[in-house]
Design a protein around this ligand. Structure first.
Ligand code: 3UK
Length: 467
């Protein structure tokens, strides 16, 4: 009721005082919290289109989005205001900016108290845009993915309903921001659709998530593989007994991480591949259907296959992943649409193997396949092997140019506390990989590092290690 009231006030204020018209784009900028959630709903009630941005973005990146989406209104948390203020000067479309501070403070909160309650939502259609989600864009100009009102519910009624099967009243916590559609689903849309409660961690990262789980008795948690490893490193003595469902997405979940989490908590992590272009997860498995190391099978409502080398869709074997279903890619005015959607299939840029039982096994991003002495080596497979070694906290594998082999496999390794880098440890890690997978895949170079380069959404930036 409180969320309904607050979001209706946001809608009324936007329409009656700030001149918002249906179809106008509204920038949202702030950390996850009740005011940002109410603003998100209020924008949709007002017939607007949500353009949420990750709080970490800087002025240049915000200016690009303001321009690309022709944003006319903005709702910004004071605490991340400065980069926005710098960016807004460069925009000719922006007409109004509202500021709040956390959930209850700032000018916007005061104005909302004075607005008349209640608002009849604008009569939008199922095929009206509800949001534009910008891809994290590791290279090139960010792409705006347009999702309709129906896409938002489609993900809740496919992945959430069939794979998570959440109980009403369940408590959900997630580390991802609303601007990342993974977080939008797991932290807001799915709990709302299933009558659950969103628990927003007070601190970012694995420790904040663990605190939230313990303090608020969270049932469903969702984060990236790195954060599961981060939680495992500090889980000793913590109470996570309230958890029933754990979701991992954003990157491949190595089998060793899945097994470590299972050994420590008794819970089977639900891996799922999603994409900003697809709104949410489209291949996954839960409960007894999980095969550790595999992503799973197409979520009910979706079809998936791989394109073989001749470009023909096949149901078994290895190739570029192709998927279709109730959601799909609609880039905002971008010629790259023709790369992502081919013959009615969404081509995600990932290489997958489909086994005899129809399970989908992640191999690599197409650009993370290493070709060394004529062999195809998937970087994540070598990483998965390294994760089976107790000294490895985190790792990244890349192919570096090599006169002799074309490319050679190099691993960057962050060590667990208590281990120190040495020639013996390098040899030990190399031998460990040779025992775990085909010996030609072992990393010929290993470098110990303090940390690995990550994108704003926590994805490994392999390309940054190639220079
Ligand atoms: C990779 C995975 C292996 C894959 C996302 C869940 O990550 C999300 O969206 P992005 O647009 O990136 C998409 C790409 O990320 N990926 C994601 N999940 C997995 N690779 N195993 C996985 N489980 O390369 C994909 O093409 O940032 C994830 C829900 C919503 C999302 N937007």
């Amino acid at each position: 009721g409180a969320l309904d009231d607050l979001s209706s006030r946001v809608a009324r204020l936007l329409v009656e005082e700030e001149g918002l018209l249906p179809g106008n784009r509204v920038l949202l900028r702030g950390a996850n919290g009740a005011m940002q959630f109410a603003a998100w709903l209020g924008i949709l009630k007002a017939g607007g289109v949500v353009v949420a941005t990750i709080p970490m973005l800087r002025a240049g990146e915000i200016a690009t989005i303001l321009d690309a989406a022709q944003v006319s209104h903005a709702i910004v948390d004071e605490r991340v205001r400065s980069d926005f203020d710098e960016a807004r000067g460069k925009s000719d479309a922006l007409r109004s900016a509202l500021f709040h501070e956390g959930d209850t403070g700032g000018d916007l909160a005061a104005r909302l108290e004075r607005v008349a309650p209640g608002f009849e939502p604008v009569d939008t259609g199922r095929d009206d845009p509800g949001l534009i989600a910008f891809t994290s864009g590791t290279t090139g100009k960010p792409k705006g993915c347009v999702h309709y009102h129906r896409d938002i519910l489609a993900s809740a009624d496919t992945f959430s309903r069939h794979i998570l099967a959440p109980e009403p009243g369940a408590r959900w916590a997630c580390t991802a921001p609303l601007a990342f559609t993974f977080g939008l689903g797991m932290q807001f849309v799915f709990p709302l659709r299933s009558g659950g409660t969103a628990v927003v961690p007070a601190k970012p990262g694995p420790e904040g998530l663990l605190d939230a789980i313990e303090r608020e008795r969270v049932n469903l948690c969702a984060t990236a593989p790195t954060a599961y490893r981060g939680m495992l490193a500090i889980i000793e003595g913590r109470d996570v007994s309230s958890l029933t469902t754990c979701v991992s997405a954003g990157e491949h979940l190595p089998e060793a991480t899945w097994r470590d989490w299972k050994a420590r908590t008794g819970l089977s992590i639900i891996d799922g591949i999603g994409a900003t272009e697809m709104f949410h997860i489209f291949i996954s498995a839960s409960g007894e259907d999980i095969r550790p190391g595999a992503t799973g099978k197409p979520v009910p409502g979706y079809r998936a296959c791989v394109f073989d080398e001749q470009g023909a869709p096949v149901e078994r074997g290895t190739g570029r992943l192709a998927v279709k279903g109730p959601t799909g890619c609609r880039y905002l005015a971008d010629p790259r649409q023709a790369h992502y959607v081919q013959h009615g299939w969404n081509i995600t840029g990932d290489v997958y193997r489909i086994d005899g039982d129809g399970y989908f096994h992640y191999l690599a991003r197409a650009d993370d396949m290493i070709i060394s002495s004529g062999y195809n080596i998937a970087a994540p497979e070598v990483e998965s092997a390294l994760y089976g070694h107790s000294a490895v906290q985190e790792c990244a594998v890349v192919g570096l140019p090599c006169a002799e082999r074309g490319q050679k496999v190099k691993a960057f390794v962050v060590l667990e506390t208590g281990f120190e880098g040495s020639c013996e440890l390098i040899e030990d890690l190399q031998e460990h990989v040779r025992q775990a997978i085909a010996p030609y895949k072992y990393p010929r170079d290993i470098e110990f590092v303090e940390a690995l380069p990550k994108t704003a959404t926590g994805k490994l930036q392999r390309f940054a290690l190639k220079s």
